[in-house]
Design a protein around this ligand. Structure first.
Ligand SMILES: Nc1nc2c(ncn2[C@@H]2O[C@H](COP(=O)(O)OP(=O)(O)OP(=O)(O)O)[C@@H](O)[C@H]2O)c(=O)[nH]1
Length: 205
């Protein structure tokens, strides 16, 4: 069975965990653990093929054994680079990450690389507080040769599922069946994911 590794990257509070939890559990809960990096696993069927998906959710806080962004990039087959449309600084971080991925992610053909970086402007429901125009996102995506999505983990379940399904499909088709690399860090079961959702430091929306 194919193993597909997808890293969800971006600055603190952009909604990386919210997107992952939404995809894996259908739920948007509002507060998520941030104290450790983790990998979530899901068995999926794409085009009749069984895949083991590993989704990497980094920790924005300093934490024990934390992997570097370079390690995360080398580990992954596909990348979801997230920013918050109501936070310009998160967009600048996303831009830097996209450029770094392009620099470091040298395996595979050009076509493969083009289809496995997704740029996601999250929190579209906060468009009344928008600091990043949709056009700016599209421009960065075209410069970085990424696919572009603007969505809301809070409100757009179907779009979130579609986006993750597409990157998994693209990564699995990329012919980048890489030799298995070192995992960025520990892994987490679904039960742990659910447990992590409650009693976290609060973040404002
Ligand atoms: N309004 C709105 N809030 C969101 C959305 N997605 C996430 N949030 C909120 O944004 C805050 C941060 O979400 P997280 O999923 O913890 O963000 P993160 O990127 O994982 O943050 P770190 O773990 O600190 O890196 C939480 O309060 C979420 O409820 C969204 O689509 N809309």
């Amino acid at each position: 069975m194919n193993d597909i590794k997808v890293a969800v990257l971006g600055s603190e509070g952009v909604g990386k965990s919210a997107l992952i939890v939404r995809f894996l559990t259908r739920r948007f809960i509002g507060e998520y653990a941030s104290s450790s990096e983790c990998i979530y696993r899901k068995r999926m069927s794409i085009d009749g093929r069984q895949l083991n998906l590993e989704l990497y959710d980094p920790c924005s806080q300093p934490c024990e054994g934390k992997s570097t962004l370079n390690e995360q990039i080398h580990w992954a087959d596909g990348f979801v680079v997230v920013y918050d449309i109501s936070d310009r600084s998160s967009f600048l971080t996303a831009k830097a990450i996209v450029h770094l991925i392009r620099e470091l992610h040298l395996g595979g053909s050009k076509r493969d690389a083009d289809s496995v970086i997704f740029l996601v402007g999250n929190k579209q429901d906060l468009c009344h507080m928008r600091e990043v125009d949709r056009e700016e996102g599209q421009k960065l995506a075209s410069e970085g040769r990424c696919q572009f999505y603007e969505l809301s983990a809070a409100e757009h379940y179907q779009e979130v599922v579609l986006m993750f399904s597409k990157i998994v499909r693209n990564a699995s088709l990329g012919g980048k069946a890489k030799e298995r690399r070192r995992r960025p860090s520990g892994s987490k079961s679904m039960a742990k994911l659910i447990n992590n959702v409650f009693g976290k430091r609060r973040k404002s929306v």
